[in-house]
Design a protein around this ligand. Structure first.
Ligand code: G3P
Length: 224
């Protein structure tokens, strides 16, 4: 479905990565991915999703899905619209867009039926463990206090990653694990892989970088 490991870049709502700039950044990610043979995926803002998904060959994710329903739902991001945009999947339950468990379950089930890749973000060991039982494609471990900071979860909380990897391996072995929060360079990526993760989820390290291409090249050096 997705060649692993993956470096998934969430554009969040950063102005550095919206509209025309979203496409430019996605193109840089595509080039670095192709040049190095490492999977880089991007998650642009909803309004840019379709444009980016049409223009690049790398996997493109939505940042959120509200509902599996369609129709009279003004302002909602539906699973159908995400699929029709050309995206391959979506983040769910991001720390900045929390959801309730029953909603996550319903959406993940429908995403599985539609061969869409789900990345369910989780804030601590217990939540990671519990939500792995829903069987998304990936669980992302993202301690909220480290998001947007300079210390990577891989150095600040390696023991949490190890515990989650171990528990998920037992409870839901098909579920992949991504490490997120504060990831900035190849060393962090390498550490995430050593700890048993299938990749990383990051945002500011790339989006707010003075030189996103150089940062992406550094990140992929953790894989090759
Ligand atoms: O979704 C990625 C995320 O929340 C981590 O953000 O800026 O710490 O890489 P950042």
């Amino acid at each position: 479905m997705l060649s692993l490991p993956v470096i998934l870049v969430n554009f969040k709502s950063y102005p550095e990565a919206s509209g025309r700039r979203a496409l430019e950044l996605a193109k840089v990610a595509e080039e670095v991915s192709e040049e190095n043979g490492v999977t880089i995926a991007v998650a642009p803002q909803m309004v840019d999703l379709s444009l980016v998904a049409r223009e690049v060959k790398i996997p493109v994710f939505s940042q959120h899905i509200d509902t599996v329903m369609t129709g009279s739902l003004t302002g909602s991001t539906t699973l159908t619209a995400v699929k029709d945009s050309g995206a391959v999947g979506s983040l769910l339950n991001h720390a900045e867009k929390r959801m309730i468990a029953s909603q996550i379950e319903e959406i993940v089930e429908e995403m599985n039926r539609n061969q869409l890749i789900s990345v369910v973000c989780t804030n601590n060991f217990r939540v990671s463990k519990a939500l792995s039982l829903i069987e998304p494609t990936f669980i992302a471990i993202e301690p909220p206090e480290l998001i947007g900071g300079d210390i990577s979860v891989t150095s600040a909380k390696p023991e949490v990653i190890t515990r989650v990897v171990k528990a998920v391996d037992k409870l839901a072995p098909d579920v992949g694990i991504l490490a997120g929060a504060g990831v900035k360079n190849g060393k962090d990526v390498k550490r995430a892989l050593e700890l048993g993760c299938d990749g990383v989820l990051l945002a500011s390290g790339v989006v707010k970088s003075d030189d996103p291409r150089r940062t992406l090249e550094d990140l992929v050096s953790g894989v090759i």
